[in-house]
Design a binder for this molecule. Structure first.
Ligand code: UDP
Ligand code: MG
Length: 139
């Protein structure tokens, strides 16, 4: 995946609350172009693999339960400086610390249920995008 791309998930809490449209609106208004997107649900193994870096953290079992409890929207987004700009758009992990105008400030309810994922590096954007999409699903 090119370095001007990032990977996102609208997490189960955001989908449950009917926030897909509002969040995608904010993403589009911030200049990101959707190059891949689908509604999907992660299995336990999927979530354990996707979040393997957090395996030893105390919140890991709850994170896996949360991320598998319902459908997510997975997407690959394109924009100059995509990874960094998208992390700025979503805001801090804990919505209490998220800046005004960020997606997490508006839609997250806690440090755990924080509405949206954004890749933290170009390498992880490529890994995470490839985890969810085959080549012919990416445009
Ligand atoms: N998380 C949690 N408790 C914590 C830290 C993180 O439940 O104390 C969850 C939260 O959903 C977060 C995800 O684990 O988005 C991954 O954590 P990370 O530190 O990578 O935050 P992010 O990159 O999503 O901001
Ligand atoms: Mg992270």
């Amino acid at each position: 995946m090119a370095t001007n791309r990032t990977f996102t998930m609208l997490k189960p809490d955001a989908v449950e609350k009917g926030h897909i449209g509002a969040i995608l609106e904010k993403i589009a208004a911030s200049g990101f172009r959707i190059v891949a997107m689908k509604l999907t649900q992660m299995t336990k193994t999927d979530a354990e693999t996707f979040y393997a870096i957090h395996r030893e953290r105390p919140f890991f079992p709850d994170l896996v339960t949360y991320m598998t409890r319902g459908p997510i929207v997975a997407a690959i987004l394109e924009k100059e400086n995509a990874v960094e700009d998208f992390r700025a758009l979503i805001g801090a992990t804990n919505p209490v610390d998220a800046a005004d105008g960020t997606i997490r400030k508006q839609f997250a309810t806690s440090i755990s249920e924080n509405a949206v994922h954004g890749s933290d590096s170009n390498d992880n954007a490529a890994i995470e995008g490839a985890f969810h999409f085959s080549g012919r699903e990416v445009f």
